[in-house]
Design a protein around this ligand. Structure first.
Ligand code: CU
Length: 200
């Protein structure tokens, strides 16, 4: 129930994820056709950049191997698979053997998302569609973490990011908050509200 409501908010408002964001590490998982994705997250682009590395843990509980063949979102320009040598891969896909647990994490394999022009603040969510060859399309919400986050929901890195971006965040935070309340009726921010929302 609460998850559905949050998803509806996100779909209707873009930036309108629930205030709690991804503070809780539990229950952040998605499942389809025997594929389970746990704690999908990304490192938000550094200021002035538009690339974000994306990580997750994937379990294949189906009775056949599967492959990740694409990542889709209207908010990304493209994606690249960067897979560590010990991974089972083909040229253009990540391979998930039957019964496997595959971890994409900093220092190892990751997916680089490029061409990100706008993104919610750290602590919120980023919607992506993962395309598996057999399981099909799986819509997920990746937690947006700090550019130097060591793991999903890295609270210390998030705190550093918030401190570094406090001035911009305060100025924009008011806009975000009032924007959320008015979004029910109005949608986007008021005309003349100033800067467009950016990952500052
Ligand atoms: Cu998570």
């Amino acid at each position: 129930m609460s998850i559905d409501r949050r998803r509806v908010l996100l779909l209707s408002g873009g930036a309108a994820l629930a205030a709690s964001g991804f503070g809780l590490a539990s229950e952040h998982e998605y499942e389809k056709g025997g594929i389970k994705v746990e704690h999908p997250w990304l490192r938000t682009p550094r200021d002035g950049e538009s690339d974000a590395n994306f990580f997750m843990v994937v379990y294949n509980r189906a009775d056949a191997p599967d492959r990740l063949i694409a990542v889709k979102s209207p908010d990304i320009g493209g994606f690249e698979l960067h897979v560590a040598p010990h991974f089972a891969v083909t040229e253009d896909a990540i391979f998930f053997p039957v019964g496997s647990k595959v971890t994409l994490a900093p220092g190892g394999s990751y997916i680089r998302l490029s061409g990100i022009e706008k993104i919610n603040p750290v602590g919120r969510g980023f919607e992506l569609t993962l395309v598996f060859e057999k399981a099909g399309e799986l819509r997920i919400e990746a937690a947006i973490d700090a550019p130097d986050a060591a793991h999903a929901h890295d609270a210390e890195a998030m705190e550093r990011w918030e401190k570094a971006h406090r001035r911009g965040a305060d100025a924009q935070g008011e806009e975000h908050r009032s924007g959320h309340e008015e979004m029910k009726g109005k949608g986007e921010a008021q005309p003349g509200a100033g800067e467009p929302q950016r990952a500052q």
